[in-house]
Design a protein around this ligand. Structure first.
Ligand code: IPE
Ligand code: IPE
Ligand code: MG
Length: 248
């Protein structure tokens, strides 16, 4: 089975650059080149949603120079790629808190989202200044506001209502999570939405994570049994042993 939604933490750009005695930003540039390949692969293979973590709410802790270069690179990448993405039927969406972004980046994001709004082949979601805790906090704020306005009562709050108020409310939850770069952690990514995703970690640094690596991850995913709390036999449709013995 092909996952409908793949969510990736693109990690390892800095180490990739360091291995080559290059500045960290060269690693980020190589990372963007790789995004192009992976997006093309996803659009061709029939994956519906690809969510990429580009900048976390914690990445503001980096040196100001790296942050500035990353934000500049973001503008350049959107401007350079948007027509190609549009022609490939990709719908682009940015999630995260855009309040601290420079006006130029905000404008560029709005234009890119509007340009590709009617495309249906692949939903490409870029998480920028995103954090799972931020996302949940925003959802709580929205619900609390409704309660304050007497539009909602506390007993109406349910997992579904929370999910409806998160960034990716209209999209299926990630089936497969991939993290490159060797770390095995979530780093405040899609905390709620990853509840039942299959996790795949690889040591490959992001600029080197090619389409063959992506295919390896897809094969790993396809070989897994997703049980969602049930027994393996329930999922595979075999006769339940307890019920079976009762029937005999
Ligand atoms: C991921 O690569 C990209 C961003 C966080 C922007 P890193 O920059 O974290 O690369 P490493 O982890 O230092 O190798
Ligand atoms: C996670 O990578 C965020 C992105 C890839 C954008 P980090 O490199 O920032 O994660 P930590 O800090 O090592 O957990
Ligand atoms: Mg990192």
């Amino acid at each position: 089975m092909l996952p409908r939604h793949v969510a990736i933490i693109m990690d390892g750009n800095g180490r990739w650059a360091r291995q080559r005695q290059m500045p960290r930003i060269a690693g980020h540039r190589a990372g963007v080149e790789n995004v192009r390949e992976i997006v093309r692969f996803c659009a061709e293979s029939g994956i519906e949603v690809l969510t990429l973590f580009a900048f976390s709410s914690e990445n503001w802790r980096r040196p100001p120079n790296e942050i500035k270069l990353l934000l500049d690179l973001f503008v350049i990448a959107i401007e350079e790629e948007i027509e190609r993405l549009h022609e490939a039927g990709v719908r682009l969406r940015i999630i995260g808190d855009d309040a601290p972004f420079p006006p130029k980046l905000k404008k560029c994001i709005a234009a890119a989202e509007a340009r590709t709004a009617n495309n249906t082949r692949l939903n490409l979601v870029i998480a920028a200044n995103y954090g799972g805790r931020w996302d949940l906090t925003e959802a709580v704020r929205k619900l609390a506001q409704k309660i304050e306005n007497n539009e909602l009562s506390t007993s109406d709050i349910s997992p579904e209502l929370i999910a409806e108020n998160l960034s990716l409310a209209d999209l299926p939850e990630p089936d497969l999570f991939i993290r490159s770069g060797g770390e095995q952690r979530i780093s405040n990514y899609l905390l709620w939405q990853l509840a039942y995703s299959e996790l795949y970690f690889t040591d490959r640094l992001w600029p080197d994570f090619g389409t063959e690596d992506f295919e390896t991850a897809l094969h790993s995913y396809a070989a897994r049994q997703r049980r969602f709390g049930m027994t393996g036999d329930q999922v595979s449709g075999k006769r339940d042993t307890v019920a079976g013995s009762q029937a005999e």
